[in-house]
Design a binder for this molecule. Structure first.
Ligand code: NOJ
Length: 578
């Protein structure tokens, strides 16, 4: 009896709450926009003029001093981001999660993990960001959930549970034998035996990340509903996690085995039957329709082998992802003008380019391109490159101050499970996920407690506070180039025109917009270079440029196009005088 009364009260309370939420929702939550709104007469959309910035929330700013970053920490740094020139932040998953894959194992898509704060904190962050004209992009982990998600708990409970078919369950080939030879990209078989029902479930990533069955329309409906739920809370788009892996061959053909073994000791394999299946494009087209209702952007984690594959993600009628990330650009892993030229031309022909230098899965650009001596100058060259190209750049937190990778020195210190498994060949991704370096105080001003990952020694010199005071710092260079990009129509909207295509040391190009042109010349070599530009082929008679920005110590306001001297690892950006 007592129980019934209490339940009754709870029901009344929750109905009232529900009613209030709906009422509030209709009053204050932003309404769905009917359609996409261009921001200029030429039809550019907001995300084409925006600079994006990825935040790994565990590592950005720790407001409650528990050693892990949080949403209030992010909110406290919005002015910093605004002054830097950031228009949109992509926050990697901050939903409730057992944190096996540090948030990429989601156990509730419509909430915030208490480690990061509350929904109220999220709403405050969104509203503070909105005041500063900064948009929030969330991470949509659509391929898999956590094994602790209620959907999976139901699914695994019995073979006839209504959610059974929300995941991929199959019989083994025989006792102890998985259904086929597919491997998890995080090591071992992609199949996990579940004794409760005597079947295997499929997981492309960790076994705690069972794959959703996107062939089931109920899964699509539920997951699309998640995006609406966040759009209605003011979110401006999603970065779609692991889109390549949404579908698998229903007949479970074995993948072809390739020679050699991978870093986990498994045979190399061509994932032809469990990645990039054509069915995924239908999902992306339908997801895009939902996004368009809210003027939202879809960014893709698109690991493509070549430009032709990347092109498919835009959709035949540009009706899939507006921003598939060009990871081929990150694979140009040396300062090679020739290779960058080739890659830039390719992605320009495919669609609106989306450039990244690194992220929470990729070794930081500072060490990938650095030669160990001129790393700061090289960091500026790389910024001078991807922030002046036609397309949308996505920065990775800390890149703007030259943060380095801080790989674990001992296996027992590794936090990322693949780093433990792959040690020492693969040390995992801890190195690129260390706390943001704000100042010279202990723990780099990230937290008053020992952070979840150690800060590298470089924080003494490479931190926001110190760099803001130094006009020649990487940070101040980023600020200047971002300001320029926002102000200059040619840098924002202009075409990309490659120049001096046979130069193996200097990467040069024009950004042309109407009758304006900006010249960018990047010396990627360790020696001084003399460059000369004849722009007559471009229909430009001018022979002078007015300097907009350079890393070289010069007071010269103008440069003669027939002879510009570039210091080793330097950037020159100038407006062509027409
Ligand atoms: C890609 C994410 O960027 C990575 O961090 C994660 O481990 C996998 N997807 C699985 O969600």
């Amino acid at each position: 009896m007592r129980n019934r009364i209490r339940r009754g009260k709870t029901f009344l309370k929750s109905s009232l709450l529900c009613f209030l939420t709906i009422l509030l929702g209709t009053m204050v939550l932003p309404k769905a926009k009917a359609q996409v709104k261009p921001v200029d007469a030429e039809g550019h959309e907001w995300w084409q003029h925006a600079v994006f910035y990825e935040i790994y929330p565990r590592s950005f700013a720790d407001s409650n001093n528990d050693g892990v970053g949080d949403l209030n920490g992010i909110a406290s740094k919005l002015d910093y981001l605004k002054n830097l020139g950031v228009d949109a932040v992509w926050i990697t998953p901050c939903y409730p999660s057992p944190q096996v894959d540090f948030g990429y194992d989601v156990s509730d898509y419509e909430n915030i993990d208490p480690m990061y704060g509350t929904l109220a904190d999220f709403e405050r962050l969104a509203s503070e960001a909105h005041k500063r004209n900064i948009r929030i992009i969330m991470d949509f982990v659509m391929n898999h959930t956590s094994d602790q998600h209620p959907w999976f708990k139901e699914s695994r409970s019995s073979r006839d549970n209504p959610k059974r078919d929300w995941y991929i369950w199959r019989d083994g080939k025989g006792p102890g034998q998985p259904p086929n030879n597919w491997e998890s990209t995080f090591g071992g078989s992609a199949w996990q035996f579940d004794p409760t029902t005597g079947q295997y479930y499929y997981h492309y990533f960790y076994k705690q990340q069972p794959d959703l069955n996107w062939r089931n329309p109920a899964v699509e409906k539920a997951m699309f509903g998640v995006t609406r739920w966040w759009y209605q809370r003011g979110v401006a788009g999603f970065r779609l996690d692991a889109v390549d892996t949404l579908f698998e061959d229903p007949d479970l053909h074995n993948n072809p085995i390739l020679p050699g073994k991978n870093q986990y000791g498994d045979p190399n394999m061509a994932n032809v039957y469990n990645t990039k299946l054509p069915e995924l494009h239908g999902v992306l087209q339908r997801l895009r329709k939902v996004a368009d209702e809210y003027d939202a952007v879809l960014i893709g984690e698109t690991w493509t082998k070549n430009i032709a594959e990347l092109k498919q993600y835009y959709g035949e009628d540009n009706n899939e992802l507006q921003m598939p990330m060009d990871f081929l650009f990150t694979k140009v892993d040396k300062l090679s003008p020739d290779e960058f030229r080739k890659q830039i031309a390719g992605v320009n022909a495919a669609g609106w380019p989306v450039y990244v230098l690194s992220n929470h899965d990729i070794v930081r650009a500072y060490v990938r391109y650095g030669d160990g001596v001129h790393n700061d100058a090289i960091a500026k060259v790389m910024a001078g490159l991807y922030l002046t190209l036609r397309g949308t750049p996505i920065m990775y937190y800390g890149e703007e101050i030259g943060m380095t990778n801080n790989d674990p020195k001992r296996r027992q210190d590794v936090k990322d499970p693949i780093g433990k498994l792959g040690w020492p060949k693969d040390k995992g991704r801890d190195g690129e996920r260390t706390p943001m370096q704000w100042n010279t105080s202990e723990n780099a001003g990230f937290s008053e407690t020992k952070p979840w990952l150690p800060v590298p020694a470089s924080y003494k010199t490479h931190n926001v506070e110190t760099e803001l005071k130094n006009p020649d710092s990487i940070l101040n260079f980023y600020k200047r180039v971002l300001a320029l990009r926002h102000d200059d129509a040619a840098l924002r909207d202009g075409d990309y025109v490659a120049l001096n295509k046979n130069d193996h040391n200097v990467l040069s190009y024009l950004r042309r917009y109407k009758d304006e042109a900006v010249l960018v010349a990047l010396n990627m070599s360790s020696s001084k270079q003399q460059v000369s530009f004849d722009l007559r082929a471009q229909g430009i008679k001018a022979n002078m440029a007015s300097t907009l920005l350079t890393t070289m110590k010069t007071n010269q306001e103008k440069a003669a196009l027939r002879s510009i001297t570039l210091a080793p690892f330097s950037v020159y950006i100038g407006k062509i005088e027409e």
